[in-house]
Design a protein around this ligand. Structure first.
Ligand code: NDP
Ligand code: 2IT
Length: 454
């Protein structure tokens, strides 16, 4: 049986690599998830006999489309748009839209694949999807963003719907973009419905959605620390990124008494041993889309390190001594060198706010060196879970208070921790939340697939 499970996993991973050449991030996500399912396959051969692996690694539907838009010089620009509707076994397709020049099919598929299990872990009825474009929002005028979003929706609208597929934000997609996308959807369909989440509070959005991923990430970290008798208060934290997830991670950490000593953006890292000022960060990054280097001009005792001064093959932020590390920017932003620095400096927890921020070898190193590890699909699920709470409010035409939504978010985060912890323990890997989260998420989806037939 052991060999059969191993062979089945290896065979599937090899097939994924052969059939999806060059999609390196997708290979990475599949490799991580499938390898961690070995204990489950050994005890439950039905997943092998039902050929679940072959099915689960292929999206149910992939939409790739051309997005033409007019820039401010009246020159026509063209980008590629994507929506990968990966798996609907447990619910409506759900997942964000990413606008970043690095976007390609492999990145969309890795994100969609991760989203399947993340969404399943929430216990809610949401399936996995992801979308976006290689459009670079940086340096674009408001009019250019508007025209891009409208053109993107001109194709996407026919594939989504409040009970079919509900996109949301991700890198490069925040309140402004969701507004433009929603406006165009409404114009094209004449429907005012919950087709996107992260909407404005006056037109169907939910309180706490903006904060949810960051808050949820910290709630999750709190559960992990509690399991070893520690608390967040007084912990020195490094949070990479300074976008939506990072900012609200910082706010919640500070409100719980942690000292956030560093954060970053794509251009550099800011450090202050006495802690960073949240309001300045919001002013610069959320409200004005400015570079983090401006922070050091306001808080002159802070130290700014531009990316050109980073040590080779490492991110400066992970060489700063801290207790808790919250990679919350992008995929593969914490590599083996970074993991070695964190271990050498005594970090006790890596809590993934971004999707797949830690490379496979770095993850292995951290775990082998006794660092607590909270995997993305468990730690950052608060965002999508609160999106589902937004959908629930939309469909019942009600509105919940901040406290009500926050309480539900906390409950969901705590439940995810419990299910990941208990599942790892059930298979003899107590404390390994990667194995726990992957098995629990996969089992729910795979059982639904089997029950629903081919
Ligand atoms: P934002 O666009 O709001 O912020 C992204 C941040 O990361 C920015 O500070 C950006 O720098 C930095 N960044 C992005 N790409 C790179 C890169 N290639 N190298 C260095 N820095 C980079 O995105 P979010 O905060 O929404 O998303 C961050 C991560 O969290 C992503 O992995 C996303 O998939 C994940 N996530 C997001 C959720 C959400 O609800 N938004 C939910 C769950 C996960 P700069 O400011 O210079 O652009
Ligand atoms: O990666 C993610 O979970 C998100 N970008 C949020 C998705 C959502 O539908 O809220």
């Amino acid at each position: 049986m052991n060999n059969q499970a191993r062979e089945y996993i290896d065979k599937t991973i090899e097939k994924v690599k052969t059939q999806n050449p060059f999609e390196l991030e997708f290979h990475q996500a599949v490799t991580e998830v499938l390898n961690s399912l070995k204990p489950l396959l050994e005890s439950e051969p039905k997943y092998i006999t039902n050929n679940i692996f072959e099915r689960i690694v292929i999206p149910e539907r992939t939409i790739i489309f051309r997005v033409c838009w007019m820039d401010d010089n009246s020159t026509m620009q063209t980008n590629t748009g994507y929506r990968v509707q990966f798996n609907s076994a447990v619910g409506i397709y759900k997942g964000g839209l990413r606008l970043h020049p690095s976007v390609n099919l492999g990145i969309m598929k890795f994100l969609g694949f991760e989203q399947i299990f993340k969404n399943a872990l929430t216990g809610l009825n949401i399936g996995g999807a992801k979308g976006g474009s290689d459009f670079n929002p940086k340096g674009k005028s408001d009019g250019e963003i508007l025209r891009f979003c409208q053109s993107f929706m001109n194709e996407l609208y026919r594939h989504i719907g409040a009970t079919r597929d509900v996109p949301a934000g991700d890198i490069g997609v925040g309140a402004r973009e969701i507004g433009y996308l929603f406006g165009q959807y409404k114009r094209l369909t004449a429907n005012f419905d919950g087709v996107l989440t992260g909407k404005g509070l006056e037109w169907g959005g939910s309180l706490v959605r903006k904060e949810a991923t960051g808050y949820g990430s910290v709630y999750f970290a709190r559960s992990v620390l509690a399991s070893v008798g520690k608390e967040i208060k007084g912990m020195r934290c490094c949070v990479s990124g300074s976008g939506n997830v990072a900012l609200y991670t910082i706010q919640k950490l500070q409100s719980l008494g942690a000292i956030v000593i560093a954060c970053s953006d794509s251009k550099g890292t800011i450090y202050n041993e006495h802690g960073l000022d949240f309001n300045t960060l919001i002013e610069l990054k959320e409200l004005n889309d400015m570079e983090l280097k401006e922070y050091a001009k306001i808080h002159t005792k802070s130290v700014y390190t531009p990316t050109k001064d980073y040590a080779p093959n490492s991110r400066h932020i992970w060489s700063i001594a801290c207790d808790l590390a919250f990679p919350s920017a992008t995929q593969n932003e914490l590599n083996l060198n970074d993991a070695k620095n964190l271990v050498a400096n005594g970090a006790i927890l890596v809590n993934e706010g971004a999707n797949m921020p830690t490379t496979l070898d770095a993850t292995e190193y951290l775990i082998n060196n006794g660092v607590l590890f909270a995997p993305a699909k468990a730690a950052n699920a608060g965002g999508v879970a609160t999106s589902q709470l937004e959908m629930a409010q939309n469909s019942s035409m009600t509105r919940w208070s901040f406290e009500e939504v926050d309480k539900k978010l906390l409950e969901i985060s705590n439940n995810i921790y419990t299910i990941a912890y208990d599942t790892a323990k059930e298979f003899g890997y107590e404390g390994n939340l990667i194995i726990g989260a992957n098995i629990a998420g996969f089992r729910r989806v795979a059982d639904a697939m089997i029950t629903q037939g081919i």
